[in-house]
Design a protein around this ligand. Structure first.
Ligand SMILES: [Zn+2]
Length: 241
């Protein structure tokens, strides 16, 4: 259905909540069984999941019925951290202060020293430079850990891709290629290790059955604790940068 269809045009584009006007994005989902709402913590938007054969009137009423829940969820979002001089962000859960400097160090434009991230860049270039740096750090961690864990179960990993996904921390393709969110570099060591172990375990078990979870627990003990951490801190990690 084109974005300009009369049906979509008749759905609300935004909703006025206590926090202000919040955009409403519609995701058509032929597979969905029922209407659903979710909060996009990164975009600070409401996403309406629309199954087949639902009237615009029903969908609009559904948003209204859930207004109190939306209000609560949007208000509860952690504050956004902009990557700028003076901001503090975690690396492996350790707070690091971002400091802008004028001169690069040994041809490096971003480096870490004494718990600080130094960035030689114009103010409007800091965010991009820091994210590029963290993505590289993250890639090194994923590569090293995935290789080590794969050896333990006698499997081979394919290519590793670093992404900025909002709904999943990692994924594993049948080809053995693995993908991870760069944001995991901000999580505690054990959480990062768990996500890598999870995807590596899929090289042996392409499912989420008991054998799969036993294998993950063997590779990275404390699965429940790490999953719980990710659930509690997901929005915070998505709100950085
Ligand atoms: Zn999985």
């Amino acid at each position: 259905m084109p974005a300009s269809s009369p049906f979509l045009m008749s759905l609300p584009r935004q909703i006025k909540l206590r926090a202000g006007e919040v955009p409403v994005r519609v995701r058509m989902s032929p597979r969905a069984r029922r209407l659903a709402l979710r909060i996009d913590a990164q975009a600070e938007a409401v996403e309406l999941v629309l199954p087949r054969r639902i009237s615009a009137r029903r969908a609009t009423a559904f948003i209204e019925e859930n207004r109190a829940w939306l209000d609560k969820r949007i208000t509860a979002l952690p504050p956004r951290t902009v990557l700028a001089d003076g901001a503090t962000i975690p690396i492996l859960d350790e707070p690091h202060l971002i400091r802008r400097v004028d001169v690069a160090r040994e041809r490096q434009y971003v480096w870490i020293d004494d718990g600080k991230i130094f960035v030689a860049a114009a103010p409007d270039q800091i965010a991009r430079r820091v994210v590029d740096f963290l993505k590289e750090r993250a890639r090194d961690e994923f590569q090293r850990r995935a290789s080590d864990l794969a050896v333990q179960i006698g499997r081979k990993i394919g290519r590793i891709t670093v992404r900025d996904t909002t709904t999943r921390w990692g994924s594993c393709a049948a080809s053995g290629n693995l993908a991870f969110s760069w944001r995991l570099i901000m999580a505690p060591d054990a959480v990062l290790e768990y996500v890598v172990a999870h995807e590596v375990a899929h090289l042996a078990e392409m499912n989420h059955g008991p054998r799969f979870w036993n294998l993950v627990e063997k590779l990275a003990p404390g699965v429940d604790r790490q999953r719980d951490w990710l659930n509690r801190h997901r929005a915070r990690l998505l709100r950085i940068g």
